[in-house]
Structures are given as structure tokens and as C-alpha cells.
Design a protein around this ligand. Structure first.
Ligand code: ZN
Length: 370
């Protein structure tokens, strides 16, 4: 940028051209290291006096507004952050991590603004946590492309409204979503019903199975209190029979000869597992009714309780037979999210955790300066 005395510049705010220079100020930007030497770009940058906006610093072509890094340094930071923990990036470039997070935040917002959600019809949502028991996040995924669409704090109905406004900001229209997949949390259900009037809910089959597994385990624990043969058998009842070792199969066989309550609960669980393979909706409806009757007449309190929960969520469970959607992809993402958490370690804000999730899990197109 060559500027002679008396040069005029456009205003960075209103872009009215030809504003006279008011003064110049010394600015510096961190650039790539030159070998082992820290490298800074120094410049006396003109400030113009715009008639509308007042005194403003002109735009420079090598850096973003108010950034202390050159554009090329930004690129380097984003590229490194995609591949290593943020703490390592901060240490490598010798800058405080808050400056690194700020760069990432900027480029993620820019990259996400280009996302187009207009073709998305089926959305899955699930919760994940930064640490056990608190700081819940909701993660929304396009179930067709498996792409993460939105991550936000909380797991209540405001998470759904947060998703909705973000979705609409990316060319989505609430009326276009025909399927939502979620667990049976009343907050998600209410959020979907209030915000996506054309969407039908399919309850995630993994969550449905999990409730039944918990019931089986509860029956086992109660029975174990007065039956020592159930000691160390927890996983035998929770794992699918085909995944058991030879000796576990043997043990299951002899346990099943004992006419245990746990064994009855286990059989109901196995029947529920077969439900998901049914193709015909009428047949599936009849099957689920039979299963419900069996469970509610089992005299096993935890199983009865779970069956009644299913009854209250009947249509959303049956919907699976038509929609065949589940949140399996979110289960898989969850382990990636947990490793993203390692990358974000030491930076104890949820915002930074969310930045890391976008960085690691969303294949964003970063339009980096080169
Ligand atoms: Zn102006």
C-alpha cells in the first residue's frame, strides 16, 4: 500500500470514498516467524476523518480489523488448531491462548455462515456433557449426511429454539423438517412440538434399549440381594448373546435353567431388540402391544415401569418402523467430542469447547488467506 502525502482513503465503515487523513498511528502485527525469530510487521496506519463516522483507522490489506495477527498468521493458527490441542498451538506460537481462541472463533463464524441447510429433512439431537453431571450441550446432526449442524449449551427446550434460529439463518425453513430423532426427554419433545409443526418424532432406538437394559439391571440387582449365583453376571445380561464369550454363554445357559426373575426380564429385553428389525407397521404395532402386555404382566416392577414409559411414547417408538432413523451417528460423534474435550483442556469455558467441536467434527470450508 503506497500512500503519498495528501492521499485520501475510503471510510472503513460507510465506505464513502476520499476521506482526508486525520493522522497516522503506529500499529504492529505478529507474522510468521522468520526462522527462529519472532517477526512483526510495523506500519504507521492512516486514520481518516469521515464526515459521517468521525475519525477511523483505514483498512489494511494484510490483516483483519482489530486483529494483532497478519492474515497469513491467522491461516497458520487455524491450520495448526485443526490438528493439535489449542494449548500446544498457543505454546508453539508463544501467544496467550485467548488470542488463539479469538482467531478460531472468527473463522468458524465465517465458515459456518456459508452453510446451506435448505435441503435437510431429518435431524437428530442428543445431549453431551463437558464433564460428568453438568455443563450439558445439545448437538444437532443432519441424519442424512451425518454432519453436525449446531451445538449449543443446555439440554432443555431452549436448545431446540437455539437450533431453530440457527437453522433458519442458514436457509432452513422449520416447515421443511419432517423428522426429528431424540430421546424421551420432555424438554426436547416440547421444544420440537412447539417449533417444528411438520416434524414427527422418532425416539432413538439406542435410548429405548438403554431404558430396558436399566430395567433388567435393576431386576438383577434386587434379585442378587438374595441370590449369590447372580454375582459378577451383570454384563452377561446386558450384552447381546452373540457377543458373549464361550464361557459367558455357558454361564448364561446354566443361569437360565434357574428360572430367575432376571432371566425373565432378559427375555423381554431380547424381544424388544427384535422389534427394530420388523418392517411392516401393522405387524410392528401388534408385536409392540404383545410385548407391552407381557412386560406389564411380568410382576417385575422395573420392567413394568419401563413398559409404561414406552406406552406414553408409543407413536414415537413405532415411528422407527417407517422412518428407520436413529441417533447412532451421535453416539459415534460423542467419542470424538470427548477427544475434542481433551484438545480444549485447560480452557474452561463452554464457548471454547463448542469452538473445538466445530473445528474437529464439522468439515467446515475455511476460506483461509494464502
Ligand atoms: Zn464513514
Amino acid at each position: 500500500m503506497i500512500s503519498r502525502l495528501g492521499s485520501k482513503f475510503p471510510c472503513p465503515l460507510c465506505s464513502s470514498s476520499d476521506s482526508p487523513v486525520h493522522d497516522t498511528i503506529e500499529r504492529l502485527w505478529r507474522h510468521f516467524d522468520f526462522f527462529q525469530f519472532r517477526t512483526y510487521l510495523h506500519c504507521r496506519v492512516p486514520r481518516i476523518k469521515c464526515e459521517v463516522c468521525g475519525v477511523k483507522q483505514v483498512k489494511v490489506p494484510w490483516a483483519r480489523k482489530s486483529s494483532g495477527f497478519t492474515l497469513l498468521m491467522d491461516s497458520l493458527i487455524v491450520l495448526m488448531a485443526q490438528n493439535m490441542p489449542i494449548k500446544t498451538v498457543a505454546d508453539l506460537v508463544g501467544e496467550h491462548d485467548t488470542r488463539i481462541w479469538r482467531v478460531l472463533d472468527y473463522y468458524i463464524i465465517v465458515a459456518r455462515s456459508a452453510e446451506d441447510f435448505s435441503e435437510i429433512r431429518s435431524v437428530g439431537v442428543d445431549e453431551t456433557s463437558r464433564s460428568k453431571g453438568h455443563n450439558y450441550l445439545s448437538v444437532f446432526v443432519d441424519l442424512e449426511s451425518s454432519k453436525v449442524m449446531h451445538v449449543c449449551e443446555g439440554r432443555d427446550s431452549t436448545a431446540i429454539t437455539s437450533f431453530k434460529s440457527n437453522y433458519e439463518a442458514h436457509k432452513g425453513s422449520a416447515a421443511n423438517i419432517s423428522n426429528f430423532c431424540c430421546d424421551m426427554s420432555p424438554a426436547y419433545i416440547a421444544g420440537v412440538e412447539d417449533n417444528f409443526h411438520n416434524a414427527s418424532i422418532t425416539y432413538d432406538k439406542f435410548h429405548v434399549m438403554k431404558l430396558m437394559n436399566e430395567a433388567v439391571d435393576q431386576v438383577r440387582r434386587e434379585e442378587h440381594a438374595h441370590n449369590a449365583s447372580l454375582k459378577y453376571t451383570r454384563y452377561i445380561w446386558l450384552r447381546n448373546p452373540e457377543n458373549l464369550t464361550v464361557s459367558q454363554k455357558k454361564e448364561l445357559g446354566s443361569l437360565k435353567d434357574m428360572r430367575l426373575k432376571t432371566s425373565r426380564a432378559y427375555d423381554i429385553r431380547l424381544s424388544l431388540r427384535d422389534f427394530w428389525n420388523l418392517k411392516d407397521p401393522d405387524l410392528a404395532q401388534a408385536y409392540l402391544k404383545k410385548l407391552y402386555f407381557w412386560a406389564t404382566h411380568s410382576r417385575l416392577t422395573p420392567v413394568i415401569k419401563t413398559a409404561k414409559t414406552f406406552k406414553r411414547h408409543w407413536n414415537g417408538i413405532l415411528n422407527y418402523i417407517n422412518t428407520r432413523i436413529d441417533n447412532g451417528i451421535l453416539e459415534g460423534l460423542n467419542s470424538l467430542i470427548q477427544s475434542a474435550k481433551d484438545s480444549a483442556r485447560g480452557f474452561r469455558t463452554t464457548k471454547n469447547f463448542i469452538i473445538t467441536i466445530y473445528l474437529r467434527l464439522v468439515k467446515l470450508q475455511f476460506n483461509l488467506p494464502t
